[in-house]
Design a protein. Structure first.
Lengths: 433, 433
């Protein structure tokens, strides 16, 4: 986790997407993953200890709701092939406002001829149950691409989903958006704007098909801050660039990625309507939440056993710093070496070399670090002889930091990734079943 | 293997880099991989059936030699971090001519403070033994980056290396350039220019740190064709674009990649000095050899069990065709699915979508094929319901063809890759030991 002490004035709190005033959430199992067994079949299977893997119940449908109309902002995948919900959400929040979110896992509703119709229908189902306008609904889907989305399970579960919306429903919602994720990923912060207490929290699903190029995952953020849609969008877009867009699991930019924020205004702070000091304070809170979610996502990358953080410093321009940091965390060879806890620093050099950044090779310095210590492995463009035993201890930790200095410039950037493991291959060799 | 019938007038022959007139080759084990055991130690180890893995003898040093001065051309890695031999070779063939090649595996001689000095020394050692100018030597290294290259084993083996140069030494040389390769990769073709018989052959080492961005591997090609250096370079550069640069194993562009050609002129054809018909015939021969080597490389990618070939057709421009084909064979998610023989065509869509190519999603059609048949999986931008059993049979084969049609344009391109497997992770988790 990020050291929060660096951000004085911000307190980490529980509650995820329900932490901010006015937001309720829920998650249910509507049965998208499987044809649910009937009670007799289920009891028989449990008695025989033979419940098939795909009939185990996991929440697969979530909703977030705020009675008050919220300012809304979102950033979407740059993939040309887009999930149908992306287009529907774009239209729905064009006016800058929304009240609710509906999201399913298991099925991405992407590359289906009837995709938009189904995504629209999801909005209608939720709106009708909540008695709101269907244009006030944000819709999202994640899961297998190219399978027709069955709408009946969602229709059938809508009542249960909405009746169960509570101010502590974030855990159930967070479970519902998980696919190959192994842990729930949520965080919230509390801070002051003037004399008002403001809260901002979010949840995110990883963990495969994740690569820096806008958005990168499904991320839902809620806040009770009073902020105009224009500035909400600005704060979101700026933060995406340095958080989610700097995290990579496998280099594949998903079709369905989206990060959205709803701001209820219920904190009753002086409405943010310009890039003033309050805006900066709010933007920092959003940064803390998105930074932590990005790191959690990388750490929970499919099959991952380690988080890799690469910091590039000394660059002469922002682009070089970003390219270098991302290139290291994206290298399959380096990711495999980290899995093997092999201090193969030549692969860092290789990845830095093909990053496309602007620097002199003779200025390159590289260090590896973790809780267990730090070691210089390359200096002035050449690999140093280093203590392999010490390096092995450093790489045995779960969070590995790579520091690449490319010169004496003033720009720096940080990127997050994870190791490449047998489990990544296992998970993705047979994802659809 | 490519169906050679499509290229009438070209005959596949044996002999690799020794197939063309005037070329001798050799490969020896100079002991870069390990401190060789003395005879007593070795006998004892063999008697006890306890020869350690890293003392098994594998050739690690090769040479190619032609008494006659050859026209020479090369294409190098685009990685900013370059192996020291790259710089030395560039200088040595600046004049367009060379007579010999020296190449070692095990150690890449890259990111070492004394790298160029050592690469120069390798040229000197060979030149002195062959009694030629050291500026007539092409030098290359492949293996671990960032470890000082011990020069003594090369010095000590130079005599044996040169005395053993023979016209059938291509097998020994081909073994010497292998790193994690599991098979030797070599091929030669014979064809006519006027009434003269011309031969062109080559060898290549794969199989990791391979990604399309110039050259992509160590590849050595020899021919007895009489061709001016300028046209040799032109034919090489044009073919790299559509062969080696369209093959990817893991997305990492190596520091040491190089492909070079030596042309002895001993076939005594009318010297190629313009882009005439003979030039086209020669360029096609070079294409056949490089195409086959590129396919062999992808098929022998680290840990690979399958060759993936993606053909993109119907593009409105060359760049789109290339981008789409490469994006599919480079997708970690799709590569994993192919390993699992899972017909997850959504991942093809996803990779096509983020390729950066210029097309309409509604024009996308995708088919999967192999020796076992062919099946349409996507039409007009939507995934079709297809026969999973038939798809499974198709994907059970060792060579999988993906056909992506992006419209009705006239441009097409082909790319080659391999599946992502447990063994890729195993090999690269512990490459240095």
């Amino acid at each position: 986790m990020v050291d929060i002490k660096a951000f004085s004035g911000y307190e980490i709190v529980g509650g995820g997407v329900c932490a901010a005033k006015g937001f309720k959430a829920n998650g249910v199992c509507c049965g998208l993953a499987h044809k649910p067994l009937n009670k007799t079949e289920e009891n028989s299977a449990i008695a025989n200890n033979a419940l098939p893997e795909n009939t185990k119940k996991k929440n697969d449908l979530a909703a977030i709701y705020c009675e008050k109309e919220c300012a809304a902002a979102a950033v979407y995948t740059t993939n040309k092939v887009k999930g149908a919900p992306i287009n529907v959400t774009k239209r729905n929040i064009e006016n800058g406002y929304a009240k609710a979110v509906i999201v399913n896992s298991v099925n991405a509703n992407c590359c289906n001829a009837d995709g938009e119709e189904k995504a629209e229908r999801m909005c209608e189902i939720l709106a009708s149950e909540l008695n709101i306008d269907k244009r006030d609904v944000i819709v999202a889907s994640t899961g297998v691409i190219g399978q027709v989305l069955p709408i009946e399970p969602i229709e059938n579960a809508a009542k249960e989903l909405c009746e169960g919306l509570t101010e502590d429903g974030n855990e159930r919602a967070c479970e519902a958006i998980m696919t190959t994720d192994t842990v729930k990923k949520q965080i919230a912060v509390r801070f002051k704007l003037g004399d008002r207490q403001v809260t901002l929290g979010g949840m995110l699903k990883g963990s495969g098909m994740i690569h820096p190029n806008m958005a990168t995952t499904l991320t839902f953020i809620t806040t009770d801050c009073d902020i105009a849609p224009e500035y909400l969008q600005r704060a979101l877009s700026e933060n995406v660039k340095i958080t989610l867009n700097m995290a990579s699991v496998d280099g594949d930019t998903s079709t369905n990625d989206m990060v959205c924020v709803l701001a209820s205004g219920l904190a009753q702070n002086k409405k943010i309507n310009s890039e003033n000091e309050d805006y900066e304070t709010f933007k920092n809170a959003l940064y803390i939440v998105m930074l932590n979610l990005a790191r959690m996502m990388a750490r929970d990358g499919e099959g991952a056993t380690k988080l890799i953080e690469c910091i590039c410093t000394g660059a002469n321009d922002d682009e070089t710093a970003r390219k270098v940091a991302k290139s290291v965390v994206c290298s399959s060879l380096f990711k495999s070496a980290i899995f093997g806890e092999d201090a193969n620093c030549g692969r860092i050099f290789c990845a830095v070399g093909y990053s496309g950044g602007d620097f002199e090779v003779s200025d390159l310095n590289v260090a590896m670090a973790s809780k267990a210590g730090s070691i210089d492995v390359c200096k002035d463009g050449s690999v140093l002889e280093f203590d392999e035993e010490k390096a092995a201890k450093i790489l045995a930790e779960e969070e590995i930091n790579i520091h690449v200095s490319v010169g004496s410039g003033l720009f720096s950037a940080t990127a997050w990734g994870c190791d490449l493991t047998y489990d990544y291959v296992r998970i993705n060799g047979d994802y659809r079943s």
